[in-house]
Write a protein that binds this ligand. Structure first.
Ligand SMILES: [Ca+2]
Ligand SMILES: [Ca+2]
Length: 175
């Protein structure tokens, strides 16, 4: 009668193989998770920026001004974070000279019917920014910079800004 030896437990080598497989799998899982999270944040920022573009559109339909008090036809500096009162998206702006030939007048403000947006901070913790003369793909090696235009900008994952524009920015050109 043959008695077959039953194997009990794992050998050391088997354990080491299992441990290293678990290590590789968890590294892959972390990489996949990190990528998924980065993609989700980017998608969120793009959605927010589109909402903000609609908000800016409503602002100039109601007041005839950009978020910095500039007339629609002659947008110029100043640049501004979109959550400030004088941006006019969150709160009605106060009457005042914004500089650069841009002024909020009582007549502009009488048409204000906001708030026009709810989300002012991007997924990386920076506030959305309005730059009247943004240059897309500036400081972006290997890519041709776009034309200067009014834009809503997220400083992107590296949070560098304002005016430290680079390749990881997200933006929406308003014209
Ligand atoms: Ca600028
Ligand atoms: Ca950036």
């Amino acid at each position: 009668m043959h008695v077959r030896a039953t194997k009990k437990g794992f050998t050391l080598v088997e354990l080491l193989v299992v441990i290293s497989i678990i290590g590789v799998l968890s590294t892959l899982a972390i990489v996949a998770f990190t990528r998924a999270r980065a993609a989700a944040r980017e998608a969120k920022a793009k959605g927010d920026i589109k909402q903000m573009a609609l908000a800016v559109g409503l602002l100039f339909a109601d007041t005839g001004k950009w978020p910095n008090g500039c007339p629609v036809e002659s947008v110029a500096n100043p640049e501004t974070y979109l959550d400030t009162q004088q941006a006019g998206i969150r709160q009605a702006p106060a009457v005042g000279d914004q500089g650069g030939g841009c002024t909020w007048t009582a007549s502009d403000i009488s048409g204000w019917a906001g708030p026009y947006a709810k989300t002012f901070v991007d997924p990386w913790g920076s506030k959305y920014y309005f730059d009247p003369d943004y240059v897309p793909l500036q400081n972006c090696s290997g890519q041709t910079a776009g034309d200067q235009a009014p834009a809503i900008v997220s400083f992107g994952p590296n949070k560098a800004g304002p005016n430290v524009y680079d390749c990881d920015d997200l933006w929406y050109v308003m014209r």
